[in-house]
Design a binder for this molecule. Structure first.
Ligand code: SF4
Length: 212
């Protein structure tokens, strides 16, 4: 069923200052609820799957806070959940652009067409896209919500997008316990040469109170 909630109703978390969500930048992180995948090691399970149980944030309060702090921030990270699942995402990004701060969006890479539109319309400055592991492990790594073929197809399109937009997209792989050293190597190899891939440590899931 299509979710018709107003777009700001999907903003269900905020970390006022982060030094690690956009490499080299101090950002405020906003989180949208909802995700199309079911990764067993999800870092934000409440946001991804039961986001309606979390308190919504006020559009006016968040935008006023961002404007007030814009001199001390280098940007905004929009994370989730999976922001590309949010109906009306463009309106949310337009609101964020009005603060004068650049936006980086985190994505699982399952909606390359949406990502292409965001770059084309300059609604984001940067994209961080997950490569969860070797293609063959996608069913296991995503709780059977993404097939090997689906991962190859979607991420292949995002790789093409990254070649067409140099410096705008980087890829991330989280070293979840299911990935061996050989799996990490296979993940590196399947990302085309020249495209940036950062490996990040697996950390315990973010607690709800950290993002509310
Ligand atoms: S894609 Fe990200 S938010 Fe969605 S289930 Fe997987 S880890 Fe959680």
């Amino acid at each position: 069923m299509t979710d018709t909630s107003p777009v700001w109703d999907r903003v269900r978390g905020m970390v006022p200052v982060s030094l690690c969500d956009w490499p080299g930048r101090v950002t405020c992180v906003l989180f949208t609820g909802g995700c199309n995948l079911r990764c067993p090691t999800c870092h934000n399970a409440a946001l991804a799957w039961t986001w309606k149980t979390l308190p919504a944030l006020s559009r006016e309060t968040v935008l006023a806070d961002l404007r007030r702090r814009s001199r001390w921030l280098d940007g905004i990270t929009l994370s989730g959940g999976e922001p590309t699942c949010v109906a009306g995402l463009e309106g949310l990004l337009a609101d964020l652009a009005d603060t004068g701060l650049p936006v980086k969006l985190d994505s699982n890479g399952s909606a390359p067409g949406v990502l292409e539109g965001l770059l084309r319309d300059n609604l984001v400055q940067s994209l961080a896209v997950d490569v969860k592991g070797p293609w063959a492990m996608y069913p296991q790594l995503t709780g059977q919500t993404m097939t090997e073929e689906g991962a190859r197809e979607s991420l292949g399109q995002v790789f093409d997008l990254a070649r067409r937009h140099p410096g705008r997209i980087y890829f991330r792989c989280t070293k979840v316990p299911a990935l061996s050293d050989a799996d990490l190597h296979a993940t590196r190899v399947q990302v085309p040469e020249g495209l940036p891939l950062n490996f990040q440590e697996f950390v315990p899931p973010r607690m709800e109170q950290d993002v509310a």
